[in-house]
Design a protein around this ligand. Structure first.
Ligand SMILES: N[C@@H](CCC(=O)N[C@@H](CS)C(=O)NCC(=O)O)C(=O)O
Length: 208
């Protein structure tokens, strides 16, 4: 199906926007990118798109989709329904969605939160975020033993949703050195055709 004009609102440092941009690139969908820092997100025009004032937002013709997980699902269902990024079969779909929910839970409140506190002084408890992150990373490390990707034998939305904030966890003071399976998985995501890297931020001293 031919896309109408797709516009993505995001910022380069946002792992939520990154997962959407990477999927657009992987699927070969042309899109315009509008950078939406806090000043833009608080504008009347942006709040009409997403009253929560959050990126990413995707505008596809008349359709406005908010929330990274919803956007990933929308793009696959509309433009690549048979691609395998979100399978139809019940148990497989559940496994992919499980990781999308983990990306909005443990990933958001673990590595993403720690990175936000370190890089932008977000309010919150850095130690608590690190505890959540390490519980998540231990789980991922065990889960990835003998597997290439998170949900299925092939890459799915699960991998794109979890990649950004896990890959950039060191920017929040969380070392990945103890998680070789996680590091191996990140490399497999990074070589997917169309993958877009997320820009690096300064890494603080581990153990802060
Ligand atoms: N559940 C949302 C969360 C998105 C989110 O937290 N976006 C951040 C940037 S990474 C944001 O826009 N924060 C501004 C705010 O919450 O005011 C999603 O998955 O898209």
């Amino acid at each position: 199906m031919n896309p109408s004009t797709i516009t993505l609102y995001g910022t380069p440092a946002s792992g939520h926007a990154h997962r959407v941009e990477t999927l657009l690139s992987i699927l070969g969908l042309p899109y315009a990118y509008i950078e939406a820092p806090a000043t833009v997100r608080r504008s009347e025009a942006f709040l009409k798109l997403n009253p929560l004032g959050q990126i990413p937002v995707l505008v596809d013709g008349e359709q406005v989709i908010c929330d990274s997980g919803a956007i990933l699902i929308y793009l696959v269902k509309r433009y690549a329904p048979d691609s395998g990024w979100l399978p139809d079969q019940a148990a497989e779909a559940a496994e992919v969605l499980r990781w999308l929910f983990i990306s909005a839970g443990e990933v958001r409140y673990g590595p993403a939160q720690a990175r936000g506190i370190v890089q932008w002084n977000w309010p919150g408890d850095h130690k608590a975020a690190i505890t959540i992150a390490n519980t998540l990373l231990n789980f991922m490390e065990n889960h990835l033993a003998g597997r290439d990707f998170l949900a299925l034998h092939q890459p799915t939305l699960a991998d794109l949703a979890c990649y950004g904030y896990v890959a950039h966890a060191p920017e929040g003071g969380i070392s990945l050195a103890a998680y070789p399976n996680v590091l191996g998985w990140l490399k497999k995501v990074e070589v997917l055709p169309g993958f877009i890297p997320m820009p690096d931020l300064p890494v603080p001293q581990v153990g802060m």
